[in-house]
Design a protein around this ligand. Structure first.
Ligand SMILES: [Zn+2]
Length: 229
């Protein structure tokens, strides 16, 4: 889960949170902050996610610091999840969400090396947005269309994996770097690309760049005790 920074509010007040969508897109890119799917411009504006739900915190409905992007699947699973009432989860705008998750074959899971408490927190995070529906050890639950969503995620992973194979076999792999970047931007699922290409500096550099993926918190991506990939 890409760790992001959306910064201070670009304007003092929004009359409606819908007016913040353009600024959000500029600050964090056109991606679901949870599953990282891409919102194509032709599909209109991404859905705005209220961290503190509108139904319980109407005073924060237009508060920039309360807004993120989420796809219908993640937003639908989250419903009125209220951080004030629940056990802690990890948030991509607050925590190092790159460190605590592990990506393999289109699935996301808590990093296996996490301590028990953090592991539970990572699991709760995936459950909050329904990403645990896609855990291979967890049979699908009703809600959304898991089969369709899973297929899209597997396709994205497989595309990234094919590009990695191509990159490894190329005589001049650096010449592929910009094409791979463009594919990653248009496919989304940044963490898949980051996982597969983390040892390929030209790609890794591009994926970490806020010029390409706005709002990425680069300081969270330095190699640490929990290894990815
Ligand atoms: Zn999503």
């Amino acid at each position: 889960m890409r760790p992001i920074r959306r910064g201070e509010s670009p304007q003092e007040n929004y009359n409606s949170y819908l007016d913040a969508r353009m600024d959000l897109r500029d600050r964090i890119g056109p991606y679901c902050v949870y599953c990282e799917c891409y919102f194509a411009p032709s599909a209109g504006f991404p859905r705005v996610d209220h961290i503190h739900p509108q139904s319980r915190h109407p005073e924060r409905i237009n508060d920039w610091q309360n807004l993120l992007f989420a796809c219908d699947s993640c937003n639908g699973a989250k419903k009125a999840f209220d951080p004030a009432q629940e056990l802690p989860v990890f948030w991509p705008h607050l925590d190092n969400t790159w460190r605590v998750f592990f990506y393999r074959n289109g699935f996301v899971m808590p990093h296996p090396d996490l301590e028990e408490e953090e592991h539970a927190q990572a699991s709760r995070t995936l459950a909050m947005v329904g990403l645990d529906r896609f855990d291979p050890s967890n049979p699908p639950k009703p809600g959304g269309n898991p089969a369709e969503i899973l297929t899209a995620r597997l396709d994205a992973w497989n595309l990234a994996a094919r590009m990695k194979t191509k990159y490894d076999k190329a005589d001049h792999p650096e010449q592929l770097a910009n094409d791979i970047l463009e594919l990653a931007k248009k496919t989304g699922h940044w963490s898949y690309w980051m996982t597969l290409f983390q040892k390929c500096d030209p790609i890794r550099e591009r994926l970490m760049s806020t010029a390409h993926f706005p709002g990425t918190r680069r300081e969270c991506l330095e190699p640490g005790p929990l290894t990815q990939g």
